[in-house]
Design a protein around this ligand. Sequence first.
Ligand code: GLY
Length: 599
Amino acid sequence: MMNSGFLRVLCLSALMSVSAISHHASAQQATDEVAPESGSFAPAEAPIEIDLLGDDTKGVKSNNWMIAAAHPLASEAGATVLRNGGNAIDAMVAVQLMLGLVEPQSSGLGGGAFLVYWDAANKRLTSFDGRETAPMAATPTLFQDENGEPLMFYDAVVGGRSVGVPGTPLLLEAVHGRYGSMPWATLFDSAITLADQGFEVSHRLASSIEEDKERLSRFDGTKNYFFREDGTPLQSGDMRINAAYANTLRQISQQGTDAFYRGEIAQEIVSTVQSAPGNPGLLTMDDLAAYRIKERTPICVNYRGFDVCGIGPPSSGALTIGQILGTLRAYDLKGLGPNSPQAWRLIGDASRLAFADRDRYMADSDFVPVPTKGLIADGYLANRGVLMRENKLDEVTPGEPQFDHALYQADDESIELPSTSHFVIRDSLGNVVSMTTTIENGFGSRLMAAGFLLNNELTDFSFRTHVNGYPIANRVEPGKRPRSSMSPTIVMRSNVPYMALGSPGGSRIIGYVAKTLIAHIDWGLSLQSSINMPHLINRFGTYDLEAGTAAENFAPALEELGYNVSVRDLNSGLHGIVIDGDKLIGGADPRREGTIIGE
Ligand code: GLY
């Protein structure tokens, strides 16, 4: 049975061919008229009477500036810069350098990052790509064995083969050179002092070491750093000095990132990668010297009056979040509410549709054709939304967005596991930083050079190159950037920033950020409650429900709707700030050690 609203959108959809770009306003009006058909929602119609909201105690308010980052010492390093008169970009440098010391398993100088930035003076939103690149000697079969079969994931990750050229140091320097206000060297003070004096190993770092102790002990340099002298893993509360990191920071603070990309540090990176026991890599001095960051136009999708903006390819983050939200525009999530299994059916299937497109089309657009505009065109998303009007989608396949020469590609098969860190900063001038930063897997390649871990970002590429003769967009190519899921987001309202948000979590980042936006925008929850809300995440069909939370209560209803359900840990690390007039309202994920500081 179809209601009249649905028929109206069906007719409009038929009129809007995929090759005709629709005007945003008309498609928005058409799709907003359509509510889910209540009659088709039995038998799982009854709301689940549970508290999905969690506690709101970590939320912090202030009026002047605010930082939310994954470790209290990182937030404090940024706060010190802001108190001393620095701006958000100055603070960004200090936060990242401190994260590389106290949360080394997640991000650092040996990795890459994406930044979405609101430049208040020029009223301009922009984004920067500091993603790692594949060495020039890399071939598409980098992660295949002699029979052309994909390597086992950790056989590829651990060692030099997975290490791409780090982008984070140059991103910090280049963006600071353009927007920073404090002298570069002063931004290193907090991290150098703590690296010299020693920092206290946190509970999260200690338990990450414990879980990964076998891999971490394969390389002497890494073992010596993450284990005590008696050979046991570092424990929570242990003090750890990192003299090599302090030395690296001193060099970069004095000589700039030339020291990193061309000098002694580069040599140490290259020799560590090329001589990794059992799994050497290809990185050369020329690869490091050739590295560049890229400024990219942010990708924005309108959702119920907000422009949700993020980083485009090589990240799939903003496009996939935009697709999820775009296909949901037609449905009344507010009316359904967070306790309705039907709301989660719609969110889950919107996500499945978006992931089908992601795996077919999204990769480094400097190397392969990505139908960026077509994937988020209003008419295309309206048509995709129509597919999920009644029941759970049995089968989900990629759509055919406008820009047809991208259509002859196969689906990606890359494996993505959670790690990474996200932080947000809003300074007293109104500048906003939303930065997601990573070395990919927890502890990256497990190789350490010059006091920091080296990334394994290249395993974000597809291990296969083709399926049935069709090329995979995210295959390895020399100089290419592996597809990411990182989703640093700035939400605009009336052309000014309203919210900055993001999370770690591999490809689940996309679901974590989308859920938080829906909880805030559709269900009216505070940012902190939206972050706290238990996760229900669907990427490829299985519904992941956050273990130990009220999300588990959805299992029977979602199974009845036809989903396979998996109850598991879902370790997001969402950090955000809402900018509501003069008021700043922060949110930090209780699942990690994040802290908000605001004054
Ligand atoms: N390596 C995590 C990501 O880029 O999505």
